[in-house]
Write a protein of this length. Structure first.
Length: 260
């Protein structure tokens, strides 16, 4: 049973707490908001502690505060003992933590996404200079409490941010416009929701379980000269594929600027 310190009890911090509370770990949570701390303690039976105390007690220390608050959270902290440090703060490289923690800290950087809130997230992780394969394995096990994990090179983390970190917003925007178009065809809100959501969930589950990739499944739905082809022709004419690539490139560029 490992002691895990979680610095920050916001949305992602709670997602971790929720998943880890089901396992045999002792959780020490540092949360700046007293009211939020009381809520987390009551709901998940965690131990509340100050930042330095939580870090001293944890075999694994997870930093889940906002990037702009990280310097304050790290102030005065130095590596002590054989600890693994995991950061889920967007845009902060492993070198940032290695510099502020001092010595030779074993740091793993992670980029989760919003579905982690319901235990169905996708989290990409990478190792810092002093972290080894066993540290990555430990991080994957811990972060697996929020969903699936993938190991990448740190040079790919900005791309991860563009693809999966920001990815839920692309899905939500698509559904938002799909709903609006359905209502423009005459459906009421509830009717449009029933049609769109069922189609979305069924299609994604089919994609997950089918031996075919997305392109093949799309082709199977699309009859030459049919209704689906008519709709896809409009998207192709609007250069949807190029627009989507430009969107992800813009997200990656911005992620790179924020992490500089």
């Amino acid at each position: 049973m490992a002691n895990i310190a979680i610095i920050g009890g916001g949305n992602m911090g709670e997602a971790l707490i929720k998943g880890l509370a089901k396992r045999s770990h002792r959780l020490f949570v540092c949360e700046a908001s007293a009211a939020r701390g009381r809520y987390l303690k009551k709901r998940y039976k965690v131990n509340l502690a100050g930042c330095a105390d939580a870090v001293s007690r944890g075999h694994v220390v997870i930093f889940a505060v906002k990037p702009q608050d990280m310097r304050a959270a790290l102030k005065g902290l130095k590596t002590a003992g054989n600890k693994l440090y995991i950061s889920i703060a967007a845009g902060l490289a492993t070198k940032f933590f290695e510099k502020h923690l001092g010595a030779r800290p074993r740091v793993v950087r992670a980029m989760p996404n919003m579905p982690a809130l319901i235990g169905e997230g996708m989290t990409a992780i990478c190792a810092g200079k002093y972290a080894g394969p066993s540290d990555l394995a430990s991080a994957r096990s811990i972060l697996g409490a929020m969903g699936k994990t993938m190991v990448v090179k740190e040079s790919m983390m900005d791309a991860v941010t563009a693809v999966s970190g920001s990815g839920p917003a692309y899905v939500f925007l698509f559904v938002e416009q799909w709903m609006a178009a359905a209502k423009a065809l005459g459906f009421k809100e509830a009717e449009a929701g029933a049609l769109v959501y069922a189609t979305l969930f069924g299609s994604t589950h089919l994609l997950e379980k089918s031996p075919f990739d997305a392109a093949t499944l799309r082709a199977k739905v699309t009859s030459k000269g049919g209704t689906t082809q008519a709709a896809l022709n409009v998207l192709a004419k609007g250069k949807f594929d190029q627009l989507f690539k430009k969107a992800l490139l813009a997200a990656r560029k911005r992620a790179c600027q924020l992490s500089a």
